[in-house]
Design a protein around this ligand. Structure first.
Ligand SMILES: *Cc1c(COP(=O)(O)O)cnc(C)c1O
Length: 388
């Protein structure tokens, strides 16, 4: 299916709603039946019945079909956060006594689940350096149920060879889950590389306007139906119709926004790589990136999110640099219209700052939709505002 077809037409039956171009927001909690037997059938199979909007909803359905098609998956579920998609995907595939192998550096709330929630149910996690397939082999135990991946991650952009990990997992009957938030299905399709479940925070590029929190989980129809009938319905964290509508709207411009951000990111990286205050730029599509060859092989693009290591001897100058930015905002998240920055030193106590630790001098920059010169000038004046 063409991406343009998926985004503009697929799953939209306009004859059902006055041939309106934009789909309706079916803001209803429940649906009426004419026959008791139809209601009875709804109780038996909620996965294919308009019964109650914690389950299926027609606006959400349009979004669901489009997102599954973009992922090259049979089906997907849309949650009201990426974190809910992560939680459901893992919970659905472990039982007490199981073991998980996760790559290091995954999203913070995934780590919280592995470190604090799952141990209460006797599920343990081993973190590995996922850049080497042998580390998966070594960490695998007879009770390993899941390989949890995030490729690239959202700070240092380490990758996993998704095809190789998927193959290894299949030999051991292990479920593979990959957080694909960095790439979106436009730039990487883990399902097509053999991964069982692909998820993403739709809060980022899919929403694209910093106004909606949502998550997507894609996989085989069998797996998604099973998760629908258990975790999805029980956690009750499905996306609401209005937010689904906002994501359909976001999807219309997704490839155009990614294209634009790709171009701008190249210019910003060229500026940073030449800057005397920048020790290095970390970005999967930079030829200096250690896994550049793998990135080029399994990703169709990279954009927006990059990290640079700043040359600084004290935390004050890093803080002053960040606070001197006039347009680039100091905020979490990414994928919206606005450029954003987070310094690694925000995650440590001020007293703990150690200039010889690269992680403390890392700055994550998200390149938004502004004019390239506008972003570069803002960085330039902030570099100049500090006496390094
Ligand atoms: C933001 C993010 C999430 C969580 O998504 P929410 O929509 O904020 O719940 C998960 N993974 C990655 C890589 C993210 O950047």
């Amino acid at each position: 299916m063409d991406i343009s077809y998926i985004i503009n037409e697929y799953a939209e039956d306009r004859e059902d709603y006055f041939r309106a171009i934009a789909p309706p927001i079916i803001q209803t909690s429940n649906f009426a039946f004419k026959k008791v037997d139809e209601l009875r059938q709804g109780f038996v199979d909620e996965y294919s019945t308009w019964l109650y909007s914690r389950g299926l909803n027609p606006t959400v359905e349009i979004l669901r079909k489009k997102l599954a098609a973009l992922d090259g998956a049979e089906d997907c579920l849309v949650f009201n956060s990426g974190a809910a998609a992560i939680f459901a995907s893992v919970l659905a595939n472990v039982k007490s006594g199981d073991h998980i192998v996760s790559v290091r550096g995954v999203y913070s709330w995934a780590q919280k689940m592995f470190n604090e929630i799952l141990p209460r149910f006797n599920v343990s996690t081993t973190y590995i350096d996922g850049t080497d397939i042998n580390n998966f082999k070594e960490a695998t135990k007879p009770n390993t149920a899941i390989y949890y991946l995030e490729s690239p991650n959202s700070w240092s952009y380490e990758l996993q060879d998704l095809r190789a990990v998927a193959q290894l997992a299949k030999q051991h009957n292990i479920i593979t889950i990959c957080d694909n938030s960095y790439c979106t299905p436009i730039y990487q399709r883990p399902i097509e590389l053999g991964i069982d479940l692909s998820l993403q925070s739709a809060t980022k590029y899919i929403g694209g306007h910093s106004d909606t929190v949502a998550g997507v989980l894609s996989g085989s129809r069998k797996m998604i139906e099973r998760i629908f009938n258990s975790e999805y319905m029980n956690i009750g964290s499905g996306i609401q119709p209005f937010n689904a509508w906002l994501l359909i709207r976001g999807l219309r411009t997704l490839p155009a926004r990614l294209d634009r951000i790709t171009q701008t990111t190249r210019q910003v990286i060229a500026y940073l790589e030449d800057h005397p205050r920048v020790e290095k730029v970390i970005f999967p599509f930079s030829e200096y990136f250690p896994q550049y060859a793998l990135a080029k092989q399994q990703m169709q693009g990279a954009c927006g999110l990059l990290t640079f290591v700043i040359k600084a001897t004290n935390i004050e100058s890093i803080e002053l640099f960040c606070e001197s930015l006039k347009h680039i905002l100091l905020a979490v998240s990414w994928g919206g219209h606005e450029s954003l920055i987070i310094p690694g030193c925000a995650a440590i106590k001020r007293e703990a700052f150690n200039a010889s630790a690269n992680a403390h001098r890392m700055i994550r920059l998200y390149v938004g939709l502004e004019e390239p010169g506008y972003i570069i000038n803002d960085l330039e004046q902030a570099f100049n505002a500090v006496t390094w």
